[in-house]
Design a protein around this ligand. Structure first.
Ligand SMILES: Nc1ncnc2c1ncn2[C@@H]1O[C@H](COP(=O)(O)OP(=O)(O)OP(=O)(O)O)[C@@H](O)[C@H]1O
Ligand SMILES: [Mg+2]
Length: 401
């Protein structure tokens, strides 16, 4: 499976990325340098090249990718030069929580008019481990509140996959070992979590019923608060953990030649520093580090995009076997990327980055093939969100003065 990412600036030849196996990709660049646009190209290519045989998921903190249902008629001429056509893609927009709480009716109608399949995503309380529940409330598992919460969730999880936040609250009330103040404190927190309306109250929803192959699955986090223990991180943590488990199960079946219920997954995370920051923990970090480190075997690929490579956890950064860097200017960020330089590059990464001078240009480093390209990214077939018109020609040339 080959992805057409762009054209080599020097040799004019098309630049492809081999994506048959699983990959860990870093897309970086300063503000407005083209990261989200490039991430969109990646997803388009994945859908086309895989013939619908993989599950692409975009974690979208800005709420901009739903425009992929619209064909990019604005760059029709550009596309023509690449022998490509404007094209719309099927989009499944998964919004954690109750739709009516998060979007007004007009917006929902407008999205549906654009053929976006809008779905309320509910998380299964049992998909958060007892540790994860303690982490969510920042409760130390050696202190009374954490001990009580851990015990109650663990007991419920032993009995069934299908329990609600109310069931956890009932277990807390029934617990005879905890004191009343601790019970009250925990019940308050559980009530707050219930009020987010992000957890399902009934019926367990497996991952393969939530995400669809051959469709752009967008997890829209734009209406939720960020922060290391916020709902954005909670959602990513649960999704990453479950996909890992579901794919590991499927991989085992594949090894025995049995039908696999879940195809390979590509998880693309825009603004990734919100989930895997340097030097501090978040609810999602552990799961994402695991994806980057151990995802190859179960067929899980990861794409992380960020303005600041220096703000991305080194454990993830060092696992990336593909780097797509747009223009970077701050010393910290150039330095963080430069540390990923390899012998085969024939020079330091920072010298390649200095050559970039237009929006949509990038340096591609592919560790598998041991190649480096200075390329211009191909135009998008579907509409890029966050800007309604293609930039004027002079803007493209002039963006960095
Ligand atoms: N390859 C490209 N060809 C043509 N236009 C592009 C290309 N890449 C980016 N652009 C344009 O440049 C602008 C900025 O792109 P984009 O939104 O991808 O930047 P970004 O790096 O994600 O910015 P931010 O850090 O603010 O999220 C957009 O208007 C987009 O249309
Ligand atoms: Mg962006």
């Amino acid at each position: 499976m080959k992805l057409l990412l762009g054209r080599d600036v020097l040799h004019e030849s098309p630049v492809y990325l081999e994506a048959t196996g699983s990959r860990a990709v870093l897309i970086c660049g300063k503000r407005g340098s083209g990261k989200s646009y490039t991430l969109g190209v990646f997803i388009e290519e994945l859908l086309t090249a895989s013939g619908g045989g993989i599950i692409p998921i975009i974690v979208d903190p800005m709420g901009v990718y739903h425009t992929m249902t619209l064909a990019n008629d604005l760059q029709r001429d550009d596309l023509f030069r690449w022998a490509l056509n404007p094209k719309s893609y099927p989009v499944r927009l998964l919004i954690p929580g109750d739709l009516d709480d998060l979007y007004d009716q007009d917006v929902l109608r407008a999205l549906r008019d654009r053929q976006v399949e809008v779905i309320s995503l509910k998380l299964n309380p049992s998909d958060l481990s007892p540790d994860g529940w303690c982490d969510l409330f920042n409760a130390n598992i050696n202190q009374p509140l954490g001990i009580l919460l851990f015990r109650c969730v663990q007991q419920l999880a032993k009995r069934t996959q299908d329990f609600s936040v109310s069931d956890i609250a009932k277990a807390v009330e029934r617990d005879e070992r905890a004191n009343e103040v601790t019970q009250e404190a925990l019940l308050n927190r559980l009530e707050a979590a219930r009020a987010w309306r992000i957890f399902s109250e009934h019926t367990y929803q497996p991952m393969d019923a939530i995400f669809r192959p051959g469709t752009v699955n967008i997890v829209d986090l734009s209406r939720l608060e960020s922060g290391p223990r916020g709902r954005r991180n909670l959602t990513v943590s649960i999704i990453a953990r479950n996909l890992f488990r579901a794919r590991s199960d499927s991989r085992l079946r594949e090894e025995f030649g049995l039908a696999s219920p879940m195809p390979r997954v590509w998880l693309a995370i825009d603004e990734a520093h919100q989930f895997i920051p340097t030097g501090s923990s978040t609810l999602a970090k552990q799961q994402l580090v695991r994806w980057a480190k151990e995802g190859r075997q179960p067929g899980l690929s990861l794409v992380v995009a960020s303005q600041q490579p220096s703000a991305i956890d080194h454990e993830v950064l060092s696992q990336c076997d593909v780097i797509l860097s747009h223009k970077l200017t701050t010393r910290d960020d150039v330095g963080a990327l430069n540390r990923l330089s390899q012998d085969y590059m024939g020079g330091e990464l920072q010298t390649f980055i200095k050559r970039l001078n237009r929006v949509g240009e990038a340096i591609l480093v592919d560790d598998e093939r041991e190649t480096v390209h200075h390329l211009s990214i191909r135009p998008r077939q579907s509409r890029h969100g966050g800007s309604s018109v293609a930039p004027a020609e002079e803007d493209k040339l002039d963006l960095w003065g």
